[in-house]
Design a protein around this ligand. Structure first.
Ligand SMILES: NC(=O)c1ccc[n+]([C@@H]2O[C@H](COP(=O)([O-])OP(=O)(O)OC[C@H]3O[C@@H](n4cnc5c(N)ncnc54)[C@H](O)[C@@H]3O)[C@@H](O)[C@H]2O)c1
Length: 253
């Protein structure tokens, strides 16, 4: 059986855990050769050996998305190992739940550096390689918090909203070169990010979740990975500048 990403080289940032790791596993099963980056060395190395043990081709490197020089080295390493780059998933992100007055300048700058500057630097570094490959697909991780407000998480909202429109303007700039750029907007997804920020999530009653989420459950990383796979693959070849909301109906209200 052929895979939906056969022949493609896919780079995923923040791949060591959470959604990024789930996307790496799914992409590998669908035939992609993988280029994985994160700042969590141990977890990244563990994932890489798991995937290699299952017979997949993986290049895993410690890469901080806030550093332009690291992006250049990362893309160069991908092309040196696999000869091309077809897909970039700008997945790495951090959460800060502080409100407007409670957010320090330092915290603001850090969230912007990872969630917003990191996405811009990723596209800047990957586009020349995709041009050499004859086209490509970039998937930027935004959030439902890039579409609606929540009354907190000031820096997070600002960056996720920025990613939404950065995606659309990049889509327009690169459409003539067959490089598609789309954003994904997850709702409440059960990952280490959410567990660390809100330890009470594990104890949320079914009733409380049902009140928050029309489909009546928290999302799983797999729910998001399947949407990212669609956008990464040629099945979405007429889709660019789009925002794929995967939130169990939260923003339909
Ligand atoms: N979990 C949710 O409910 C939710 C909802 C909407 C959007 N998102 C977004 O989805 C993406 C993945 O989130 P997750 O829930 O899997 O989080 P996570 O914390 O489980 O995983 C994020 C990964 O990004 C990595 N990372 C952080 N800073 C980095 C840096 N400077 N360079 C490279 N890697 C870095 C982390 O080490 C981690 O492995 C994020 O962009 C997040 O904002 C999450």
């Amino acid at each position: 059986m052929s895979g939906r990403l056969d022949g493609k080289v896919a780079m995923i940032t923040g791949a060591a855990r959470g959604m990024g790791a789930t996307e790496a596993r799914l992409f590998a099963r669908e035939g992609a050769r993988l280029v994985l980056g994160d700042v969590l060395d141990e977890a990244l190395a563990k994932l890489a050996s798991e995937l290699e043990g299952a017979g997949h081709e993986v290049l895993a490197q410690r890469r901080d998305v806030t550093q332009e020089s690291e992006w250049a080295a990362f893309v160069a390493a991908a092309e040196a190992r696999f000869g091309r780059l077809d897909v970039l998933v700008n997945n790495a992100g951090i959460l800060d739940m502080a409100g407007i007055e409670e957010t320090s300048g330092e915290a603001w700058d850090r969230v912007v550096a990872v969630n917003q500057t990191g996405v811009w630097l990723g596209m800047k570094a990957a586009v020349p390689a995709m041009r050499r490959a004859g086209g490509g697909s970039i998937v930027n991780k935004s959030s439902i918090f890039g579409i609606v407000g929540s009354g907190g998480s000031a820096a997070y909202h600002a960056t996720k909203g920025a990613v939404r429109l950065l995606t659309k303007t990049a889509a327009l700039q690169y459409a003539p070169e067959a490089i598609r750029v789309n954003s994904v907007h997850p709702g409440y997804i059960d990952t280490p990010m959410v567990r660390e920020a809100m330890p009470e999530v594990g104890e949320m009653s079914d009733e409380l979740i049902a009140m928050q989420v029309p489909l009546g459950r928290m999302g799983l990383p797999e729910d998001i990975a399947r949407g990212v796979l669609y956008l990464a693959s040629d099945e979405s070849s007429y889709v660019t500048g789009a925002e794929l909301v995967i939130d169990g109906g939260v923003t339909a209200r």
